[in-house]
Design a protein around this ligand. Structure first.
Ligand code: ZN
Ligand code: ZN
Length: 127
């Protein structure tokens, strides 16, 4: 795969592997890109929140940037909100189903409970 750029700060994304699942994390703002299946897989894996190394203060700053293009296929991403934890905003690509979490958001999201997480991803949408 060719090198992808961070959709929020234009930093470069580096591959991070946890339990054989590879995600892409921004070397600058520490936001994380998940391919659709990566997110599904990783959320079920204990300890996977350790990939989310950024501090949420930085994440909050970048969270206000909502209009971004998918780093993979360049489609305009859809702004989503987690219905159970409405403070968590993230972006999802309507074409390749990739998901962008700002620093601290994956950790936060995962704490909510494993059973509901996957469902929330596909039902929560913010406007
Ligand atoms: Zn970044
Ligand atoms: Zn995409």
């Amino acid at each position: 795969m060719s090198q992808m750029q961070c959709p929020k700060c234009q930093g470069s994304l580096e591959a991070v592997v946890y339990a054989d699942v590879e995600v892409d994390r921004c070397t600058n703002c520490k936001g994380i890109w998940f391919d659709s299946l990566e997110a599904e897989t990783l959320k079920k894996i204990k300890g996977s929140e350790s990939i989310d190394i950024g501090d949420s203060e930085t994440g909050n700053k970048f969270d206000t940037i909502g209009d971004i293009n998918c780093p993979k296929c360049k489609t305009k991403m859809t702004k989503m909100v987690d219905i159970k934890q409405t403070h968590i905003w993230y972006e999802k690509c309507p074409v390749c189903y990739g998901i962008w979490f700002d620093a601290g958001e994956f950790k936060d999201f995962k704490e909510e409970g494993l059973a509901d997480i996957f469902k929330d991803i596909f039902t929560g949408q913010r406007y």
